[in-house]
Design a protein around this ligand. Sequence first.
Ligand code: HQG
Length: 185
Amino acid sequence: MTVDPTDHRLVRLSRFLSYVLRHRPDAVGLALDAAGWVEVDALLAACAAHGRPLTRDELEQVVARDDKQRYAFGDDGLRIRASQGHSVAVELGYEPRMPPEILYHGTTERFLEAIRREGLRRGERHHVHLSADEETARRVGARRGRPVVLRVRAGEMARAGTPFFLSANGVWLTEGVGVGFIEEG
Ligand code: HQG
């Protein structure tokens, strides 16, 4: 299936799913399980009951076509969750693994001073988000202004004992990055 960024309904649905599956499941009367999953039937019923009806087919299209592959069905297809990006407490169960030597973080100029002082902090999210390629980081930074791409010496951090995780949609996650592991430019 090809990605069609002009498909506004799917984009709107993806935003709504992100809100429900990452941040506010309670807004539609749902609770996620400990690993962030919810029954697909329960999700469809809850969305309908809260004025945002969608069909199973539309849900499948969002999962398949979402530009960042933000959502995943469980193996049996009966459950769904966001692959990363939560602010509600979930334990996604990714195994720690060795990152590439260098990972990239996209941010914007106005955060640089604080980042130089405190390193990268996870803020509202569970982890700092890093990418294996510079271009992805540039796009992430560009959401907030003129992008600045930082290089993170992830290999060194991992060897010093900091766990790194790779989400199902290819985002590298870690709890925080100390100033000494960040390079600019
Ligand atoms: C910055 C999107 C001040 C950090 C994207 C970022 C990503 C600091 C902002 C995913 C700081 C947090 C995550 C410090 C970090 N002082 N600012 N010490 N440390 N920051 O949105 O990485 O569309 O929580 O640089 O594509 O921008 O949601 O994180 O600018 O993958 O799927 O604080 O969100 O994906 O912002 O983005 P965020 P992020 P989705």
